[in-house]
Design a protein. Structure first.
Length: 94
């Protein structure tokens, strides 16, 4: 089985082109933490590694909860996070 995982691409034409080439594709959302959790589960299912995905998900949720507890009650920080998908440009490609 050949599998291509494409995260956060909503372009139907990519899926069509990959299908025409005989490449199985799975398109995943990764905008929110619940999206990431679901993506971990979905990758586990399509790759035949459901147990490993479940273990990773449990560990990830536990670590995030540990951090949340550690910073509970603190003043939130203002943060700017820039994800640059195109070299030398600040734009989002979707």
């Amino acid at each position: 089985m050949q599998l291509t995982l494409c995260a956060h691409w909503r372009r139907v034409d990519y899926h069509i082109k990959l299908s025409e080439l005989g490449i199985r594709s799975v398109f995943l959302e990764s905008n929110t933490l619940p999206d990431v959790y679901k993506a971990i589960e979905d990758i586990g299912k399509v790759s035949g590694h459901e147990q490993e995905a479940a273990e990773l998900l449990t560990k990830t949720k536990s670590e995030i909860e540990t951090v949340r507890k550690a910073v509970s009650g603190r003043q939130p920080l203002k943060v700017l996070c820039v994800v640059d998908r195109v070299p030398d440009r600040l734009e989002r490609q979707c």
